[in-house]
Ligand binder design. Structure first.
Ligand SMILES: NC(=O)c1ccc[n+]([C@@H]2O[C@H](COP(=O)([O-])OP(=O)(O)OC[C@H]3O[C@@H](n4cnc5c(N)ncnc54)[C@H](OP(=O)(O)O)[C@@H]3O)[C@@H](O)[C@H]2O)c1
Length: 278
């Protein structure tokens, strides 16, 4: 391997990737990184307004290779329509990054809401978004890959999937489901359709974003909550991740550099999982 060959593997020119939750904090960063590496990127989200700022951030050349598409990852019909529109715009779909996901306060146990009182609706919302919201896009866009006998699916799990964190039972269980589904789909695609279709996941550790801010930052003081402090104390690198910390693993798993890697979940956690606390 020489430098030119290595670099070519990370050139996504002419490749089309669909990113769900593309206008979110992590999804937005991944979208910009892929645009920067030459890809055509379909930015799929249910609310397109934040996507306009993303297009500006990409600059005219980047924005010319980006396509904002409205779709709900829990609505099969809207995904089918998005798929048609993306194929119309770019001609093909090579990759899917399942970025939509999250947790919400109502599904989080705490001093004012015990586990026993978590509303069914809130629990279902978290399960649906993280599990079905990964499976349904994989059905719709995975079918395209099965037909062309080639493709890559990258899911977004969480460190909660390996060892659950306190308070967030539904989110932890849902992300454990994402790990399991990643392995299942990797085997299914390779055996039933083509070994050239790979399915992997990343498991981000702790990144300060909308979905967890209410747990990590004290609204009144703006300082860390005890939970936030405990996370930092258990992270050998001593900091939260920043979205760009994910990009090396994301680009590797989407690129031919990981051609023999499928069914894995890669932690990006500053060493959190490795540390026993002592
Ligand atoms: N932040 C972390 O520390 C962390 C750690 C581990 C894993 N993750 C995972 O990383 C992924 C991205 O998280 P993030 O922190 O960047 O969250 P985020 O900023 O809230 O981004 C999630 C995006 O998904 C969109 N979305 C929600 N429901 C949708 C639906 N039904 N259909 C289409 N799009 C939908 C959201 O749109 P709206 O704004 O309209 O809701 C938002 O744009 C998630 O899977 C999350 O679980 C995050």
């Amino acid at each position: 391997m020489d430098l030119a060959t290595l670099t070519r593997q990370y050139d996504f020119t002419g490749r089309t990737i669909v990113i769900t939750g593309a206008t979110g904090i992590l999804g937005g960063e991944m979208s910009c990184a892929l645009i920067g590496c030459g890809a055509n990127v379909a930015l799929l989200d249910r609310n397109l307004e934040p996507g306009r700022a993303l297009l500006e951030r990409m600059g005219p050349d980047g924005a010319s290779r980006a396509f904002l598409v409205a779709a709900d990852v829990l609505d099969r019909q809207s995904l089918e329509q998005a798929c048609e529109a993306i194929r119309g715009r770019f001609g093909r779909i090579d990759m899917l990054l399942n970025g939509a996901g999250g947790n919400k306060p109502d599904a989080t146990a705490g001093p004012d809401r015990s586990f026993f009182d978590l509303p069914t609706e809130a629990l279902r919302w978290v399960f649906d978004l993280n599990i079905l919201g990964t499976i349904l896009p994989s059905q719709v866009f995975g079918r395209v890959m099965a037909e062309q006998r080639e493709g890559v699916i990258l899911n977004v799990s969480s460190m909660n999937a390996f060892r659950p964190l306190t308070r967030i039972a539904a989110y932890s269980a849902a992300k454990a489901g994402v790990n399991n589904f990643t392995q299942w789909l990797a085997v299914h695609m390779a055996q039933q359709y083509s070994p050239r279709i790979r399915v992997n996941a990343i498991a981000p550790g702790f990144f300060l974003t909308r979905q967890n801010e209410f747990l990590l930052v004290d609204k009144q003081t703006g300082g860390m909550t005890p939970r936030g402090q405990s996370i930092l104390a258990h992270t050998p690198m001593g900091r939260f991740g920043s979205p760009e910390d994910l990009m090396g693993a994301v680009l590797w798993l989407l690129s031919p550099a990981s051609a023999f890697v499928t069914g894995t979940v890669v932690p990006i956690d500053g060493g959190f999982a490795a540390f026993s606390g002592v």
